[in-house]
Design a protein. Structure first.
Length: 402
């Protein structure tokens, strides 16, 4: 099935690259073409995230009941049409902010379904012994897109204007649709009868497993703290340390490049030190960003970004692999969706708290709180059975969501 995974990987790489363009271009359409207000921009940003929080648990139920291949195909077709409507409306002079709201909500929902389906399908396409390598490759897609995408988006917006830069993303879904169509989906474990399906099934699996429970709590706390820290890094560099815009760009690029590099040796590191210690070392390295910022030293700030980028890969690969290995196959979609709901929910809370705390306490204390929060997430995992976990546990057996 390695050939089938390659098709999935190519499709996801192309679509992730296109999505990175839209992440920059869609807000620019609102600002430049529609002169959106700050309130409208906030609403547009919130509507992109809202489907993950509102439909997260339900999406897992849907994915576990539907053909994964069909979910990938139809979510790609849907995003092709939705994103293609933006340049079409702009060319005709019909573009309105309300259309961007609809596009943001519906593409967010389709992305939720697609991401859940692709993570659920991945362990069905590769042998168990190759699962870590497959997750490293999947993370490489995301890191490459998030690192190179914004620069490409800026160039495309400059050359084509923002609405037509989105056309590049729409076109990317043609490639990913074809790739998904060509996948031969392997047989799945029988789904739970409809009468037995519970929205809480994924949560019950996560918090009922001695390994997954501390892992999801640790990841949720660390994600919330990281999201609290993220928006303040640029502010701290510019206002507190008086760094130039060029240096700010260099720090962000350094982080992205390190994250890409980390995916290449994350699997080897997991096998050398064990899954549990790889996760712990990754979270610890990611938490060093705040410490490096406080030094104010240029070299140490950049080194902190290197550690944070590599750390992200070192903790992401084992946590994905463990979730896919320990969740019962027939409930993997719900487990994945529940995980995403908790983690993205935590990131939303952290990002919102960031501005409130920075206003009330100033930037430095807020960064200190965020760093302490990441270390608290590390401590949760460090005192759990995860610390001594070296290899993948035995395959999960089928179980009821009750």
């Amino acid at each position: 099935m390695r050939g089938e995974f390659r098709k999935l990987w190519i499709g996801q790489l192309v679509s992730a690259s296109g999505s990175a363009v839209t992440t920059v271009a869609l807000p620019l359409v609102a600002v430049v073409n529609l002169q959106a207000s700050a309130v409208q921009m906030g609403a547009l940003s919130a509507l992109t995230i809202a489907p993950h929080l509102v439909f997260g648990l339900l999406a897992g139920v849907w994915v576990d009941r539907w053909s994964l291949r069909r979910v990938l195909i139809w979510t790609d077709v849907g995003r092709l049409l939705l994103l293609g409507s933006v340049p079409a409306a702009a060319a005709l002079g019909w573009l309105r902010i309300e259309q961007l709201y609809v596009v943001a909500v519906l593409t967010g929902l389709l992305a939720l379904l697609s991401d859940t389906a692709s993570q659920t399908m991945l362990p069905r396409l590769v042998p168990r012994e190759d699962l870590m390598r497959a997750n490293s490759a999947a993370l490489l897609n995301l890191n490459l897109a998030s690192t190179l995408g914004p620069s490409a988006a800026g160039f495309l917006v400059q050359v084509l204007t923002a609405p037509f830069a989105i056309l590049v993303d729409a076109a990317s879904y043609v490639v990913s649709t074809v790739a998904a169509y060509l996948i031969r989906e392997p047989a799945r474990a029988p789904a739970q009868p409809r009468s037995e399906v519970r929205l809480s099934a994924g949560l019950r699996v996560l918090f009922g497993d001695r390994m997954l429970a501390p892992l999801v709590v640790s990841a949720g706390v660390a994600a919330m703290s990281g999201a609290m820290q993220g928006p303040l890094i640029v502010l701290f560099l510019v206002r507190e340390l008086h760094k130039s815009a060029a240096f700010v760009g260099l720090t962000l690029t350094t982080f992205g490049a390190a994250a890409v590099a980390g995916t290449f040796f994350a699997t080897a590191w997991c096998r050398r030190v064990g899954l549990g210690r790889s996760y712990l070392s990754g979270v610890f390295m990611a938490s060093l960003t705040g410490v490096a910022l406080f030094t104010g030293k240029t070299a140490l700030i950049l080194l902190g970004q290197v550690f944070a980028g590599i750390g992200m890969a070192l903790f992401a690969v084992p946590q994905r692999t463990l979730r896919q290995s320990l969740a019962p196959p027939q409930l993997l979609g719900q487990v994945t969706a529940s995980w995403r709901t908790l983690v993205i929910g935590g990131q939303t809370v952290g990002a919102a708290a960031s501005g409130v705390l920075a206003t009330a306490l100033q930037i430095r204390p807020t960064l200190l709180i965020a760093t302490a929060g990441m270390l608290a997430g590390l401590a949760v995992a460090a005192v759990s059975p995860l610390r001594g976990l070296r290899d993948l546990p035995e395959e999960a057996r089928s179980m009821s969501p009750h």
